[in-house]
Structure formats: structure tokens, C-alpha cells
Design a protein around this ligand. Structure first.
Ligand code: ATP
Ligand code: MG
Length: 189
């Protein structure tokens, strides 16, 4: 199973972002972008990749401990950015240091559970809203400019989520949810 750890924004934040993203669809070149689904919007904390189901209990044990060590923290959606011409994302503000700490803890928890994690690079909080379609080369800078003043309502991040990513099944649209939360742990308990 393909797994990642994430912060899942509440419905209100998702709804606010949906309004902002809707406006981006009218910008030039938007047809060359593949927009991510609202119900899957998330901030990845750590990417575990393909994991043997047998070690899931150990991962869950470690993640539970990581979550317990961290107090809830405030967060809001804030501005945007891009990774080259590949990905367009919305950023976060408010509790970025706490979020980074949680990302580090999730990474360490997965490692201790025996997951071969990639080298842990500097964490950049981002929620991917669009990716370039193959064969397209859209300049994402106007999109980032359009998002520059976007500020969502703050919420309190109170949970760490372990999410399963199901590969899209060709020819079987909507066979199962793309991202499935496997388990969530409350922070600080
Ligand atoms: P798709 O791969 O179908 O375009 P996706 O990237 O959202 O969709 P996954 O590849 O399963 O789906 O990734 C799940 C989450 O983990 C996403 O937020 C993705 O950006 C992130 N992710 C994937 N691969 C890595 C990686 N090597 N390092 C860090 N984060 C990753
Ligand atoms: Mg991917």
C-alpha cells in the first residue's frame, strides 16, 4: 500500500480555497493544467511510499506516539507558489514551525517503523492544487500572483493523518476514493 502522512484542512478551509481556485481557471493556459480534486486536498507531511501491509501496526504505533508529543497548532491557507512548471500550490502560515516539527516527527516515526524513507529534505508546507499536463508547459507565475493575497480563515490543526493513496484505475472512474485516511491521531494526547 502507498502511504503518506498529512494534515487535512477542515471543510471551511477547503470551501474558501475552492472559491479562490475557481477564479484561477479563467487564467491563460489553464487547459494545460490538471486540477486536483477538492476532497483530496491535503498538506503532505511525509511520503512513505509503497509499504508492506505487515508493518502497518508498527507504523501506527509510532505515529500515535509522534502525534502525542505535539500540541495542536494554528494554521491558515496563505498565498501560493510553484515547483518549476510542474506543480502549483497554496501555502500555509501561522504555525509553520510546528508543522515542520510534525513533518520531522512523522518522518522519524516512519523510519523507526522500518520504512526506507528518502533523504529528508527541508520541509516546505504546500497543498498542490494543479499539475502540468504531459506535453504542456504552462507558465505558473501568473497563477501564483493571483494567489498572492489569498488568506484563509485560521483553524487549529488537531490531528495527524495517515493516508492511503490508491492509484487511479484506468477505465474505472471513481472505483474507490483516491486518498483514504487509514487512521487519524489527535495531537497532544
Ligand atoms: P499522482 O501521483 O497520481 O499525480 P499524487 O502525487 O497526489 O497523484 P501520490 O503520488 O500517491 O499521489 O502522492 C501522495 C502525496 O505524497 C502527494 O501529496 C504527493 O505530492 C506526495 N508525494 C509523492 N511522492 C513524493 C515524494 N517522492 N516525496 C515527497 N512527497 C511525495
Ligand atoms: Mg505523485
Amino acid at each position: 500500500m502507498r502511504l503518506f502522512a498529512a494534515v487535512l484542512p477542515p471543510a471551511r478551509a477547503i470551501d474558501e480555497l475552492a472559491v479562490a481556485v475557481e477564479r484561477l481557471h479563467t487564467l491563460p493556459g489553464s487547459g494545460g493544467l490538471r486540477w486536483t480534486g477538492h476532497d483530496g486536498w491535503h498538506f503532505t507531511l511525509a511520503f512513505l511510499g509503497e509499504v508492506d501491509e505487515e508493518i502497518l501496526p508498527v507504523i501506527e504505533e509510532r505515529f500515535g506516539r509522534a502525534a502525542a508529543r505535539q500540541d495542536p497548532f494554528p494554521l491558515r491557507l496563505h498565498g501560493g507558489g510553484h515547483f518549476g512548471r510542474r506543480a502549483l500550490w497554496v501555502g500555509a502560515a501561522g504555525g509553520i514551525d510546528a508543522m515542520r516539527l510534525l513533518a520531522d516527527r512523522a518522518d522519524a516515526a516512519a523510519r523507526r517503523a522500518g520504512v526506507a524513507m528518502e533523504e529528508h529534505r527541508a520541509y516546505k508546507a504546500h497543498l498542490t492544487i494543479a499539475r502540468s499536463r504531459t506535453g504542456f508547459d504552462t507558465d505558473l507565475r501568473p497563477y501564483v500572483e493571483a494567489l498572492a493575497h489569498f488568506e484563509g480563515t485560521a483553524w487549529t490543526v488537531g490531528e495527524l493523518a495517515l493516508v492511503r493513496s490508491n492509484p487511479p484505475v484506468p477505465g474505472v472512474p471513481g472505483a474507490q476514493p483516491r486518498y483514504e485516511p487509514v487512521r487519524v491521531w489527535p495531537l497532544g494526547r
